[in-house]
Design a protein around this ligand. Structure first.
Ligand SMILES: NC(=O)c1ccc[n+]([C@@H]2O[C@H](COP(=O)([O-])OP(=O)(O)OC[C@H]3O[C@@H](n4cnc5c(N)ncnc54)[C@H](OP(=O)(O)O)[C@@H]3O)[C@@H](O)[C@H]2O)c1
Length: 271
């Protein structure tokens, strides 16, 4: 049976639907009582055993900005010996980070584990801009507050990411490697705002772009969350989210969805 952490999130909800459609046994985990099928809290180890009872495959989503995750993932993999396969949702470029980087540290724990593991490293999600995404209200408010201007990002639709995750969770042949998952086009926040505004027939602007020093000064407020976010923006500003790979198409067996596909299917989100 497959357990989905992050089952209420941007990839987990789509993945749960795909598993239901294909009749694949799974449980949806959530840290919130009454949400999902079983309660699982990364921060509360007493929830782990019951949540993962009978589970042999784990879709591993880290809570955003959670600290100490490498230690928690290591403890979980040591405890839960019934788990034989783990698919980790990481992030584009994390494989090249220093070993101390919190996201890379989690990748390293999974890569050192002796079960079947796969690391998914997606680009930024288009669903950050639709309902439930952190920038949805920016779109309806008319200004997207990402200061990365025209630096290209190979935006991915989380429906394609979930399809790719379904493949590596349920099929053999993906052990012990990473996939860099991207959409088919690469363009910056400024162009995204222009195209989105044209599609919904309302002006949508992008925040003025900032250089690396200004990004750090503005966003790195000394908190872990601030440091994480600032580094993410610096990576985008350095073009590290621009690459377009063939990994998504290789896994899902067709070209990934375009920005226009995403907008067409989410128009009601911005009414
Ligand atoms: N957003 C992007 O553009 C993007 C791009 C590349 C990679 N990623 C990666 O994708 C991952 C998910 O990020 P996201 O922003 O898209 O979030 P998300 O998956 O939409 O939501 C986060 C999930 O974490 C769960 N969660 C929160 N606290 C938890 C806890 N204490 N224990 C267990 N589960 C907890 C939440 O479920 P409950 O509240 O129901 O527990 C929720 O389902 C992150 O690791 C991020 O680095 C995101």
């Amino acid at each position: 049976m497959i357990a989905l952490t992050g089952a209420s999130g941007k990839t987990g909800t789509v993945l749960a639907d795909l598993l239901s459609e294909t009749g694949t046994p799974h449980v949806r985990l959530s840290s919130r009582p009454g949400v999902g099928d079983r309660r699982f809290d990364w921060l509360d180890r007493t929830t782990w055993a019951a949540a993962l009872d009978g589970v042999d495959t784990l879709y591993l989503v880290k809570p955003p900005h959670g600290s100490g995750m490498a230690e928690r993932v290591a403890a979980l993999l040591e405890d839960r010996t019934g788990i034989g396969r783990v698919v980790l949702l990481s992030e584009m470029g994390r494989g090249d980070k220093d070993p101390e980087d919190p996201d890379r540290a989690v990748e390293r724990v999974v890569e050192a584990w002796d079960g079947e593991w796969t690391v998914l490293r997606p680009s930024w999600f288009l669903q950050n801009f639709s309902v439930g995404g952190g920038f949805h209200d920016d779109v309806t408010g008319g200004t997207i507050s990402l200061p990365t201007g025209d630096m290209p990002v190979s935006w991915i639709d989380t429906r394609d990411l979930a399809e790719a995750a379904l493949v590596v969770l349920t099929e053999d042949g993906h052990c012990c490697r990473g996939y860099t998952l991207t959409g088919p086009e690469s363009f910056g926040v400024a162009e995204l705002a222009r195209r989105l505004g044209a599609a919904i027939d309302r002006p949508v602007a992008a925040a003025d772009p900032l250089g690396v020093d200004d990004i750090l000064a503005t966003y790195d407020d000394g908190t872990e969350r601030g440091a994480y976010y600032a580094e993410l923006l610096v990576d985008v500003a350095a073009g590290r989210y621009a690459e377009i790979t063939g990994d998504t198409a290789d896994l899902i067996g067709r070209e990934p969805r375009t920005f226009d596909d995403f907008v067409r299917d989410h128009l009601a989100d911005w009414e």
